[in-house]
Design a protein around this ligand. Sequence first.
Ligand SMILES: [Zn+2]
Length: 877
Amino acid sequence: MKDATPQTIYLKNYRVPDFLIDNTDLVFDLHKDYCRVTSALTLRRNPDSQNQTAALTLNGGSGLDLQRIERDGQALSQEQYVRTEDALTISQMPDNCVITTEVLIKPHLNTTMMGLYKSRTLYCTQCEAEGFRNITFYLDRPDVMSEFTSKLIADRQQYPVLLSNGNAIEQGTVDDGRHYVVWHDPFKKPAYLFALVAGDLSVVEDTFTTQSGRDIRLQIFVEQKDLNKCDHAMLSLKNAMDWDEQTYGREYDLDRFMIVAVDDFNMGAMENKGLNIFNTSAVLANPQTTTDAAFQRVEGIVAHEYFHNWSGNRVTCRDWFQLSLKEGFTVYRDAQFSADMNSSVVKRIEDVVYLRTYQFAEDAGPMSHPVQPDSYMEINNFYTLTVYEKGAEVVGMIHALLGDKKFRQGSDLYFSRHDGQAVTIEEFVGAMEEVSGTDLQQFRRWYKQSGTPVVEVQSTYNAEAKTYSLTFTQSCPNTPGQSHKKPFIIPIKLGLVGADGQDLPLNSKGDQSIVHPLSQATETLVFENISEPPVPSLLRGFSAPVKLNYAYTSDQLAHLMTHDSDGFNRWDAGQTLCFCVLQQLIENQIAGRELVMDKQLTEVFASLLSDHSLDPAMVNLMLQLPSEAQLHERADIIHVQAIHRARQFARKSIAQALQEQLLHTYQRLTETEDYAPVSQQIARRALRNTVLGYLMQIDNIGVDLAWQQFNSANNMTDKAAALTALVNCPAAQDKAQQALQAFEQQYAEETLAINLWLQIQATNAQPDGLQRIKALMETSAFSINNPNKVRSLIGAFCASNPINFHELDGSGYQFLQQQIIQLNDLNPQVAARLVTPLTRWKKLPEPNRRLMRDALQQIANQDGLVKDVREIVTKSL
Ligand SMILES: [Zn+2]
């Protein structure tokens, strides 16, 4: 996995493959410390290739120990092929032939978790994007789609369960207590969707009857001890299957659908055809060990991977520059699903907070890239928020521009026309364009131009003519490799709120909300018959992934918070008010002036707490001050300490001013029903725990409540919230230590709960954070080899504990640098992801700026840097 001179790959250099593989026949002979992989590839020349005499070049990593190679049953001599570090080239190829290779690989030594590897006692695979080339020699590119047959042979005792894609067509025993199963997948697929699992697994089973009346066998494979944590995933799967039939007309195709949970996994989950492999954290759920947030994450990820069966598997990507074709669309689909299963406004707000905090930061940083990148060194670095989250927003905008009916027609056309093909983003947009008659030429810039557009809005009211005008001016900041961007099509959903709180009619049809597709650099909209100056409600539902600025007064914001008919904008008005208040506090903190809390914000919060008719989910969201990470994204220069202190001051001031109401709300929301991860209960718990967070700011009162809640909680959401509250409270450190110990003992056998315990400590804002992290790394709760544990402890500390990570002596940066260098050798993908916090150095003041850059430079100077890490570090310096 060492790369001396990483090459940049360009979209413009795409060429069709010279060969196609009609059939792929694999035999996996699994042993304790090696696996023998025999592959027979039925090849033919691609009639579309420009070079009809080309040699055959198969991808193959340096870990493949080639034992044998044959063409149509004839062994090839050493002159007939060339083996390089990452390929196998065979010259003098006929137009049709079968190439057979036999290789030995060592899955138990594979720490990268790409290709075939071991997670504890289990054999499993991860092939997207380019892991299959570490299993056998292959045309490892998504536009080569083949029919796979896989025979798995292993010891029956140790590996009673042998799984691969498709349907099991044969099984039997071989000698010495070994057995085999043959799997056949009738659907052609690229190698990145191949999967294999072998191990001692238990299974939870159910069935689903499709709309055409076919019975599908549903299976979730887990370790025996986790059998009681599969119900939620199974229910989510059935809901997702039903929803995709109803909403997109998509039915499942194979006879069975399998999910396998593995402990060691780089990502959340993987949509391999018929055999999804999941990180345990994305599938296991149980009230005793799992928080509400994790329950909802399981629902979302199970649905996401299932939806890929159509948006990704049946219709796949031509090349990796098209990654957002499957990811942007599928994230959009899973967001629609979660919105339908829960509260759509709440889901929208959560998604937008995430996008604004992290994707906007990515868009403004050194790794900024378009939704369709035009080059990469390491494709694994482009599984990004931009490709996923912004890509989903782009699909959502197409939906908004076309309307429900045309959007569904466009997706139907896309699926039917391209079923079984590997296509491009262009084909998706083209189908939408064709059915709707809407010209999306300019809209396509969303895929090609990087950066977050900014829309400035100004208004004028003419009392005499009774007209109200809104002037929109759009721009987009320069990003690496891109300057002078052209105007986007920006769908602006808007309304005008009158003094009485009602939406005013916007046109002769009486519409109270319209979607205006902004297309010019500057445009003015004029509304007539407006008898009083209204308050504009702009970008309703966050109709485009832009930063929109309008100079609201705080009275106007308060008006929108109370009256806006759009739930998202009611919340957003509150956030804008919070940002203004915090911005003022931060400036005063930097200037050394006395901090004074804004009265209006406190009053707004008071009215939210006293109105029991409001939806607790919305109240909870509106009581959230923007996180430090969000404030970092909005800042030109990140003054870490000032931001932390200003925000803490605001929290404490609010808590002191509203102590009675907070206490009353906390008590009022005490749950009387049995625990269930349903949205109404989730909302009540979330609000109650937000209130607890405020009460912790007042010495004594909060500590007792949190301690009591910690000891009496019957679910992980309340338990973890109480533990977080205690750990972060300076006055509760004795109790925090007791609670941490009790938690650790109670959940000693529950890996995911222990990871949560690590994460709560990693984000503890009390002083000496780094010492605590280092101490935890020495315990058995941690392992550098497990991605979930690395993310829970190191990742969470560096990304979500700013006050400790950004210590003025640079110790946090040095620590992260050391971890990245260690992980560089173990797991390139995990190492590369950890670099992100260091890439923001240009936004920090001295001395942090210099210290952070030094840490990056030291990584860059390291010998043997993998291309994953090298690409990000080089682009950031
Ligand atoms: Zn996906």
